[in-house]
Design a protein around this ligand. Structure first.
Ligand code: SAM
Length: 217
């Protein structure tokens, strides 16, 4: 998909107080950055930011970091956050998840959200690009250190089945609250993402799971 340049993007990047220009400098210093020792949750592939901006307003005692690799997408999340008047408990930066270890020391992060990541449906060719591939799970477990949790939602049955098998194949990960139709389940407090709204309005079921990492299992 071609993403159009936005003439206002440069100004948004330069002036938005929630945008981190150089996240490498904050490795090991996120608690100092947020100026408190509240838990830190990150969202990978935040898109236009509806989920994380809403979460940050609902939960002021949690610090959130939104990560997105497309600068012309994250800039919309920045604008969205500014217009919603988000607080200091939300930070954004542009990066590829492959580089996550460069931004966080082990144990700095307690939870990761992955919402509607690209399914890469042609498994044989692209499976390694899926953000729940075991190579990515290793990156996540490295930044968790001792333990942490990952919350995952998707509209793609193929990706969900693949993800169940990836988590199951790793001995330090344990899944719970697996749900095959989130919007028709008893789950309370779901915050919708932009993609979730789009897919569920077409009647597609939303799949969700939680996976706990524990180094000492
Ligand atoms: C399908 S969109 C979903 C956006 C949003 N989470 C939602 O549910 O509305 C997936 C997003 O993940 C981002 N993304 C994909 N691979 C990524 C990676 N390796 N690192 C960071 N972001 C990535 C894409 O640029 C895209 O904005």
């Amino acid at each position: 998909m071609r993403i159009r340049r936005k003439p206002w993007a440069e100004n948004e990047f330069n002036t938005n107080k929630n945008y981190i220009q150089n996240p490498y400098d904050l490795k090991g210093k996120w608690k100092t950055f947020f100026n408190n020792s509240n838990p830190i949750h990150i969202e990978i592939g935040c898109g236009k930011g509806q989920f994380i901006t809403t979460m940050s307003k609902l939960n002021p005692d949690i610090n959130y970091i939104a990560i997105e690799r497309q600068s012309m997408v994250i800039v919309s999340a920045l604008k969205n956050g500014r217009e919603k008047n988000v607080g200091k408990n939300l930070a954004f930066f542009t990066a590829d998840v492959e580089n996550l270890r460069n931004f966080f020391e082990p144990s700095e992060i307690e939870r990761i959200y992955i919402n509607f990541c690209d399914p890469w449906p042609n498994k044989k060719k692209w499976a390694k690009r899926r953000l729940t591939h075991r190579n990515f799970l290793k990156i996540y477990s490295d930044i968790f250190g001792e333990n942490g949790e990952l919350f995952f939602k998707t509209d793609s049955r193929i990706l969900f089945e693949f993800s169940l098998n990836e988590f199951e194949s790793q001995e330090n990960w344990k899944m719970k609250n697996i749900c095959l139709d989130l919007h028709n389940s008893e789950f309370e407090g779901n915050i919708m993402t932009e993609y979730e709204e789009k897919f569920s309005s077409k009647g597609m079921p939303i799949f969700r799971l939680e996976a706990n990492f524990n180094k000492n299992i």
